[in-house]
Design a protein around this ligand. Structure first.
Ligand SMILES: O=P(O)(O)O[C@@H]1C[C@H](O)[C@@H](CO)O1
Length: 296
């Protein structure tokens, strides 16, 4: 059971120290690329990149469309770190390992986490290719005790009982809605509720109907554990889902979803997602800590 595993503060610190000694970048923004969205790292300038297999303590990516590389670089004058590939519970990683990079980023001085994912839509208003700004989430594994915060609490990171209301920063959500208008893509962008299920199978029709009745707008297999750990340690979070498919919720519908189709929509919408994230990073306000120095 996941809650028996522990990762000490020292272990997170060791990975952070290793990374800080191998790059001059001092990131203030971390980006997690969802399935098929690894190109978000391509926009970073003056890159330093590390395969996960070379980073002490890092888990390995096993999913197609998740390269398994950590990329540091500058975007619009801000120092960033980008995960080209995330870890999912269904890969067999414990939730602590799944979220390991988040606390490492915190120790490196990151202030803001941008999470992206591929998701299937339940809401009729969300079509494949649309972008859903995550307003809130339902962490289904978390609700039954599969939560990365289970086990002894490390007060150095955050409190035993962290609040999760407001975990998706309101200011950043409004900013992205505004940016979408300015970029002329507001018809593609709306807010909604994301639900995490364990995967790796896609939903049955009965499960889809249940999620729809519960008010879920989009469903995926990631993100919630990362956001819980990030919020626990005080990171500001912005999340977006690229809608890659409609979740089949009728027995009359003969369509079915597959991972290749998910990756394909990622490729088709990569530029718009990239532009939105770039503009967000460019326009977001940051706290002036020592990490704001640019790398020359
Ligand atoms: O890493 P994300 O959440 O973007 O990946 C989604 C969920 C599954 O891992 C995969 C299914 O196609 O895409």
């Amino acid at each position: 059971m996941h809650s028996k595993e522990q990762i000490s503060h020292d272990e997170y610190q060791k990975t952070s120290d290793w990374l800080m000694s191998h790059t001059k970048h001092r990131p203030i923004v971390a980006i997690i690329c969802g399935s098929g969205l690894g190109m978000l790292a391509d926009t970073l300038k003056c890159q330093d990149s590390f395969d996960y297999s070379d980073i002490p303590g890092f888990p390995q990516s096993t999913v197609q469309g998740h390269a398994g590389r950590l990329v540091f670089g500058e975007l619009k004058g801000k120092s960033c770190v980008c995960m080209q590939g995330r870890f999912h519970m269904y890969e067999g990683h414990s939730l602590l390992k799944t979220t390991f990079p988040i606390r490492v980023f915190k120790l490196m001085g990151v202030e803001t986490l941008i999470v992206t994912n591929a998701a299937g839509s339940l809401a009729d208003s969300l079509r494949p290719g649309d972008i859903m700004i995550i307003k809130d989430h339902i962490n289904f594994p978390g609700l039954v005790g599969l939560n990365p915060l289970c086990g002894p609490n490390d007060e150095k990171f955050g409190p035993r009982f962290p609040a999760m209301s407001g975990c998706y920063d309101k200011g950043l959500r409004s900013l992205v809605m505004e940016l979408a208008k300015q970029m002329g893509v507001s018809s593609l962008v709306q807010e909604g509720v994301y639900a995490m299920v364990g995967g790796p199978n896609f939903e049955t029709i009965a499960e889809a109907k249940l999620l729809h009745r519960l008010g879920v707008d989009a469903v995926g297999m990631s993100t919630a554990p990362e956001v819980v750990v990030a919020t626990h340690c005080g990171l500001r979070v912005f999340g977006l889902s690229l809608i890659t498919n409609k979740v089949v919720k009728s027995y009359e519908d003969s369509e079915s979803v597959n991972h290749e189709g998910v990756l394909e929509v990622g490729r088709l919408r990569s530029q718009t997602v990239q532009q939105l994230v770039t503009e967000l990073i460019s326009r977001m306000e940051i706290n002036n800590n020592e990490n704001t120095n640019n790398v020359s």
